[in-house]
Design a protein around this ligand. Structure first.
Ligand SMILES: NC(=O)c1ccc[n+]([C@@H]2O[C@H](COP(=O)([O-])OP(=O)(O)OC[C@H]3O[C@@H](n4cnc5c(N)ncnc54)[C@H](OP(=O)(O)O)[C@@H]3O)[C@@H](O)[C@H]2O)c1
Length: 249
């Protein structure tokens, strides 16, 4: 079966890694890559497995008219939208007193409103055939993140939206998945933690592999819940390390 897959935030980071990973799948033949940067989208397309139909669309997801036109054109041309992956996100970490109403609105427009809107437009097509939606939230939406007020609360909204939509859209045969990655080496993470060594944390490719599994036929019983995707911090000099070193020395 030839499936059509729409991926936002595909110009770099986690969105690119997911696109590259999914391009190895036989059942997905058409990819619609979205972000504001044409160059980044083209680079993602270059890294994907060849032989697929790949469209790059440089649009701002907060331009709702553009989103509506694009999704309508994709749905009409391919006959269906089988997979919608809402990966695009934005972070500008600030405390309550530093956050202006503009900061707040910008974060919510990209992280929440645009997901509401593109999902609504895509479901108009998906409800005819069923399909899968995957939203990328964050562990920041699950526990307190002082200094990241707008970002963390916007991600909590995505977890809640995903849970509600999972039940609401089940009548159309649409499964809704939600993942909450932990620290992952991308440009967005550099904004949140500029002093961190990116080689010590989860890589975007790890998230890509998890999403590939979730959206495969093996990803049963994993929809409708918030799934944490996190690399465990490796503790140095733990008791077991000490025992091992004593045993091997
Ligand atoms: N990295 C982490 O540690 C981490 C942890 C948990 C959750 N996440 C989430 O993972 C998702 C991907 O983030 P990332 O870490 O891969 O960050 P990233 O490398 O900065 O990628 C963000 C993506 O979103 C796109 N984007 C941002 N604003 C947009 C807009 N207005 N219109 C269209 N596209 C827009 C960017 O493309 P353009 O700039 O080209 O438009 C880019 O492709 C986000 O939702 C983020 O919150 C990340």
């Amino acid at each position: 079966m030839s499936k059509t897959c729409v991926i936002t935030g595909a110009s770099r980071g986690i969105g690119r890694a997911i696109a590259v990973s999914l391009s190895s799948r036989e059942d997905i033949t058409n990819f619609i890559l979205i972000s504001r940067t044409e160059e980044g989208l083209q680079e993602t397309a270059n890294q994907m497995k060849q032989g697929k139909q790949i469209e790059c669309h440089a649009i701002d997801l907060t331009d709702y008219k553009e989103v509506e036109n694009l999704i309508s054109s994709v749905g009409n041309r391919y006959g269906s939208i089988d997979l919608l992956l809402n990966v695009a996100g934005f972070a500008n970490p600030k405390s309550l007193l530093e956050t202006s109403i503009d900061d707040w609105e910008t974060t919510y427009k990209i992280n929440v409103h645009s997901i509401f809107y593109i999902t609504k437009e895509a479901v108009k097509f998906m409800k005819k055939t069923g399909g899968k939606i995957l939203n990328v939230a964050s562990t920041a939406g699950m526990t307190a993140r002082p200094g990241w007020l707008a970002y963390a609360s916007s991600k909590a909204a995505i977890i809640s939206m995903s849970e509600t939509l999972s039940e609401e859209l089940s009548e159309y045969g649409i499964l809704v998945y939600c993942i909450s990655p932990g620290r992952c080496a991308t440009e967005l993470r550099k904004i949140l933690a500029p002093d961190e060594d990116p080689t010590t944390i989860m890589q975007p490719e790890h998230v890509g592999e998890v999403v590939d599994h979730l959206l495969s036929d093996n990803g049963i019983c994993l929809d409708g819940q918030n799934i944490i995707v996190r690399k465990q911090v490796q503790q140095k000099n733990t008791v077991s390390d000490k025992v091992l070193s004593e045993q091997t020395s």
